[in-house]
Design a protein around this ligand. Structure first.
Ligand code: EPZ
Length: 429
């Protein structure tokens, strides 16, 4: 199993190219199931989660061709996928695959919309919280699907096709909104989604669906209206930059000090996180090429942050911010409101010398003068990368175990950081 070895203390200086967003690429690939024609996606990140999803779609008879690089192509731009769901041969998504990646549950919506049936495994447990799918099922039922749950599988049927309807989410759900959008695209009549998630990845998927011939308005606001169409055609779409990868490297640069350009990053995708960095005393500048993050010698100020759906501070940056605050001059408070169990990094950060107290959903972080390297491991993607951030500023060597979590969501992490001067390497055993 691969491990990552980091020797802390180096400042980061240089340019880090930001990849396409994992959390947009996954639903975009799933959206290809809605059409018989080919969907071409550019800037798809090279990630374990994308490969896992390709396996699931392969099971259903989808052909995915990964275009090779051409001379002159930017080495940092992601892959181009040609996805063709001309003939769907299987409307099942089995437990063995869905349990490894929750977002694959979302295939239920296009399968139901196009084929009138789907049998998709319930995703099962998760390291960051219980994460039920009741609201996704509610949304499908609102569009006329008949749902049964049997032996761990959701059996969904719409014999005569789905019909438009009103979906009112009692809480903001990204997966629920993606599911509702995809199901409504091919439903008969108009669907209105109230209290829709406003995450930029929802807007990206809606843009792509519109290029495929869907009629969606209001994506990016909390009220989305979809006029169903009878079929969708092929299209070409570029995946938007990853705001969580951007925020992660911004926090890493803030942690080590130095001056880093996050190339291709878009500030409007993570304004709340950039505001927090400014409060902490970090210099944030938007340029034509991306976002520049700089901190020279000055100490970090503590912050008070509560995670919230977009445009609030993202839960997917909570662990990384906590790593940064372990070195602040004073006491910070971070409250997690999206997932009930997303504090698995706390004990691991403590192994590096962090002082963090947990009380319910709030962590109190007392900044310390120094962290010290140690062997650590984490149980999810964002928690793992928070340990990398802490290790970059810790004295001596940190060995991060269970690197497969990082590979799910960060493309060439050790390469991107070492190009900016970090002492980081992957050890394969
Ligand atoms: C998406 O997960 C992201 N995943 C997550 O990123 C992200 O943390 C999350 O949105 C919140 O921003 C992808 O986009 C692939 P939700 P999702 O439905 O859609 C509850 C990462 O690290 N809920 O918005 O599963 C749920 O338990 C990942 O990249 C229900 O109660 O999240 C949570 O408390 C981790 N019933 C809240 O809603 C439901 O049916 C928000 O979850 C669905 C959700």
């Amino acid at each position: 199993m691969d491990r990552i070895r980091i020797v802390g203390g180096q400042r980061l200086n240089g340019t880090i190219p930001i990849s396409g967003a994992k959390n947009a690429a996954l639903p975009l690939i799933i959206a290809a199931l809605l059409s018989e024609e080919t969907l071409i996606l550019d800037n798809v990140p090279r990630l374990a989660d994308v490969i896992q999803l390709q396996r699931i779609l392969g099971n259903q008879g989808v052909d995915i061709m990964i275009a090779g690089k051409r001379p002159g192509d930017d080495p940092n731009s992601g892959r181009t996928l040609h996805i063709s769901a001309k003939r769907i041969v299987d409307t099942t998504a089995p437990y063995e695959l869905v349990s490894k990646m929750r977002a694959s549950f979302w295939v239920i919506a296009p399968l139901l919309g196009r084929m009138g049936e789907a049998k998709v495994s319930l995703p099962g447990g998760c390291a960051i919280g219980t994460r039920p799918v009741d609201l996704l099922i509610m949304a499908l039922e609102a569009l006329g699907a008949e749902i049964e749950i049997e032996a761990g599988y959701v059996l969904a049927r719409a014999k005569n096709g789905l019909r438009g309807g009103e979906i009112k989410f009692p809480k903001v759900t990204v997966g629920g909104t993606h599911t509702a959008l995809m199901a409504a695209a091919l439903a008969r009549g108009t669907t209105v989604i109230e209290n829709a998630a406003r995450e930029p990845e929802i807007g990206d998927v809606a843009d792509c669906l519109n290029k495929m011939g869907a009629k969606i308005t209001g994506a990016g606001t909390s009220r989305i209206v979809i006029e169903g169409v009878t079929r969708l055609h092929g299209a070409r779409h570029t995946v938007l930059p990853d705001r969580i990868e951007t925020g992660t490297y911004a926090l890493a640069a803030a942690m080590t000090g130095g001056d880093v350009l996050l190339a291709n990053a878009r500030p409007e995708l993570l304004q709340a996180a950039l505001d927090v960095l400014v409060q902490a005393g970090v210099t944030v500048t938007s340029t034509n090429e991306g976002i520049r993050i700089a901190r020279n010698g000055s100490g970090l100020s503590p912050v008070e942050v509560t995670t919230a759906p977009f445009p609030g501070f993202p839960t997917d940056l909570q662990a990384q911010l906590m790593a940064l605050m372990t070195r602040a001059k004073g006491t910070s408070h971070i409250t997690e409101t999206i997932f009930e169990n997303r504090f698995m990094h706390v004990q691991e950060l403590a192994r590096l010398g962090a002082r963090i107290q947990l009380s319910g959903e709030t962590a109190t972080i007392e900044g310390v003068a120094r962290l010290k390297g140690a062997p650590v491991m984490a149980t999810d993607l964002r928690a793992s990368v928070s340990l990398v951030i802490a290790a970059l500023a810790a004295e001596g060597e940190t060995m991060v175990n269970r690197v497969y979590h990082l590979d799910r969501g960060f493309e060439r992490l050790e390469e991107k950081l070492s190009q900016c001067g970090a002492a980081i390497e992957r050890l394969s055993t």
